[in-house]
Design a protein. Structure first.
Length: 689
């Protein structure tokens, strides 16, 4: 019976305590059967009106996400061979149904008729925008193709979906496959104790039962390619050979053997090139940008080139300074890529007399969360409280919070999954939607978000001690969560982040990062794990003054990623070219930091080959321009003028955070800022103006 499957007939919080891989296939197949029947009913009654077409279609979408959403979430946070097998088994059926859904000519004609008929004038702006975006999306899903062209389009779509899953799995598996045991204490002599404790914990979790227990003091230590494990080894290990081994393993992940993605890259690019031509676009980048804020590939090229011109020479000077410093420190021979983070960290300590590890004890995660929640309460007049009622979760570290408005009404909730778990959780940090705001029958469903980070886990009885970068990442993902949770739109397709152009979706997240450099805010996040003292003022000043340390180098790195992405999808011929040679060529233009011949980072570039950033990685920089300019309005007001800050904060909430995809992002931005975006605040914030 269907009620015995926890994935079915549940529009509330997923039953993570009951969901097992065995539930996936029957639940998805039953859901698809129901959705197909409901779709047939909509087709039968498809008169050109919102209530006859758009509302029931939203109901079908909600039914699908209630089943499939928890499954895709668990693939990211609690992966297993059984779950992966079930996921892969039903994925082709889902893609097939989604294509038939998108390519339904009866619905397409009915939707077009709404736009062309008398009912159009009675719709509000959000409804009109949803319909226009639906029509464009249907064209991008092949609705206007016929016969063999439609058949081929569907074959390509199925294969691309499969390739994205395989690509992502290969990155995860190759990351997990590498494991380095370090036994020589001297190799890790300069590594802070908390990392040695973490590596000892890793070793103990993997060792044979007969092996003696490792300790943080004496080892052995187990290092993986999971970023919280890999990064401190690159920054602190004095053993250059060890750093070289780790670096080469990291930049060649998923590029050889059973996890090799290199052939998948070529196939993905070929299929995307064919797909866009079927739809009448010259390149995949043109197809991608057609549904983005940028408008044209030329606009994207112009932004990337403007920022490249502003950052290349300063980045060159930063590197020359680093090479000189490394030589002074006794580096013999040529400076290599695996020396970058080691000497970069040492130079930062010399220039600003502090290290990430020195500030880490001041950022215990519970205190950081408390400070973050107080900040959003002050700016946006909301209250965040941990749920008193138990909620089913997928791991004991996960917490559940509710958000209330200034009158005490609950308006949203979110899960927080904060720590790295390399065995079954993918790397990086992200926000995803659990429940979207909108109607289910006569009931308004409140939005629920997943906020996922990979921060350094607690060790022993100490809480997670966050690096400043991890604090910024938490603020970033919370910004995404705010846009999802504070929406006032009740249509699924425009609520929260839904319907927001991809290159504008990073605006709230990057906006929130700016508060990490505001003194009262940062101080409120700190309480030394042993003494309880706030971060000393001199340490704050060092953090603030180091904000733009190597900012040109970091910008050049991001521009390299954005430029190779556009190049691969706009000017590159996958039939004839070599993606790795192209990467070398673009890197030379974008960044003075050389890319070594062995570099195969494209094989783990999941953003563009398995995520939503294909021909859209530039979006990070595009949105950074928007977020810096948005924050500059707060700066103009005076960041310590609490009344004014709250006034501007509510303007930001009621425009950027509340309107979601109900209006074009340029109009939303102009609503808030009173003008079009300027690149000047970003260059100023980066020390490059």
């Amino acid at each position: 019976m269907t009620h015995q499957n926890p994935l079915l007939d549940n529009y509330g919080l997923p039953a993570f305590d009951l969901i097992e891989p065995k539930h996936v296939v029957p639940a998805v197949e039953e859901m698809l059967k129901q959705a197909q029947a409901e779709l047939a009913e909509v087709e039968k009654n498809a008169s050109p009106s919102w209530d006859a077409v758009m509302s029931p279609l939203e109901g079908i979408s909600r039914k699908m996400s209630a089943v499939w959403g928890p499954v895709t979430h668990l693939v990211g946070v609690k992966n297993s061979p059984e779950l992966r097998e079930a996921y892969n088994k039903v994925l082709p059926q889902l893609v097939d149904f989604s294509l038939r859904f998108a390519q339904n000519e009866t619905l397409f004609k009915a939707t077009k008729s709404i736009k062309e008929g008398a009912a159009w004038q009675k719709l509000d702006d959000a409804q009109k925008r949803i319909i226009e975006k639906k029509l464009l999306a249907a064209r991008h899903q092949g609705i206007e193709l016929e016969g063999k062209q439609r058949e081929r389009f569907n074959e390509i779509s199925q294969r691309l979906s499969q390739l994205a899953t395989e690509f992502s799995n290969n990155v995860l598996d190759s990351t997990n496959d590498f494991y380095l045991v370090v036994k020589d204490k001297e190799d890790l002599a300069e590594v802070p104790q908390n990392f040695r404790d973490m590596w000892a914990q890793t070793y103990n979790s993997r060792k044979a039962e007969t092996d003696p227990e490792a300790t943080g003091e004496n080892g052995p230590w187990g290092i993986t390619l999971d970023y919280p494990s890999f990064d401190p080894a690159m920054r602190f290990s004095t053993n250059r050979e060890l750093r070289c081994k780790l670096y080469l393993a990291y930049i060649t992940r998923a590029s050889e053997g059973k996890f090799d993605n290199s052939g998948k890259i070529t196939e993905i690019l070929k299929l995307r090139a064919e797909l866009c031509q079927l739809l009448g676009y010259k390149t995949y980048a043109e197809l991608s940008v057609a549904n983005k804020m940028a408008g044209t590939v030329e606009d994207v090229d112009r932004l990337l080139e403007d920022l490249r011109e502003s950052s290349y020479e300063p980045a060159k000077k930063e590197l020359e300074e680093l090479f000189k410093f490394a030589a002074e420190q006794g580096l013999e021979g040529e400076f290599k890529n695996w020396d970058f983070y080691f000497y970069s960290d040492k130079l930062k300590q010399k220039l600003y007399s502090y290290s990430e590890e020195e500030v880490r004890p001041y950022f215990p995660m519970p205190r950081v969360l408390d400070g973050l929640f107080k900040l959003v309460e002050k700016i946006f007049q909301i209250k965040v409280e941990e749920s008193l009622d138990p909620v089913p979760v997928w791991n004991s570290d996960v917490k559940f919070y509710n958000i209330f408005d200034h009158k005490g009404h609950q308006i949203a909730s979110f899960y927080l999954d904060p720590y790295s778990r390399p065995a079954d959780k993918r790397g990086g940090a992200w926000m995803d939607t659990c429940i979207d705001r909108g109607f289910h029958g006569n009931q308004i469903l409140l939005p629920v978000a997943y906020l996922v980070c990979n921060s350094t886990p607690p060790v022993g009885d100490k809480p997670s001690l966050m690096s400043f970068r991890e604090v910024e990442t938490l603020f970033h993902e919370f910004g995404h969560g705010l846009q999802h949770m504070l929406t006032k739109v009740n249509y699924l397709d425009a609520a929260g982040i839904n319907g927001v152009e991809w290159d504008a979706v990073e605006l709230p997240s990057q906006f929130m990062e700016n508060w990490c450099y505001h003194k009262p805010t940062l101080m409120s996040l700190t309480s030394h794990v042993e003494t309880g003292e706030q971060l000393p003022e001199e340490l704050f000043e060092k953090i603030k003054s180091s904000k733009n340390y190597q900012s040109a180098t970091m910008m050049a790195r991001q521009l390299h990623f954005g430029m190779i992405d556009i190049e691969l999808h706009h000017r590159f011929d996958p039939e004839a070219g070599d993606v790795f040679a192209l990467n070398q060529e673009i890197a030379k233009k974008a960044t003075p930091m050389p890319v070594i011949p062995e570099d195969r980072f494209l094989c783990s570039f999941s953003h563009i080959f398995a995520g939503g950033y294909s021909a859209g990685y530039y979006s990070y920089k595009w949105a950074e321009v928007l977020s810096a300019d948005a924050f500059s309005k707060f700066e103009e007001t005076g960041l310590d003028n609490e009344d004014k800050i709250q006034e501007v904060g509510l303007q930001f909430r009621d425009s950027v955070l509340a309107l979601g995809g109900s209006r074009h992002p340029m109009d939303v931005f102009k609503d808030f800022r009173g003008r079009t975006p300027s690149v000047e605040p970003l260059l100023r914030h980066s020390g490059l103006s």
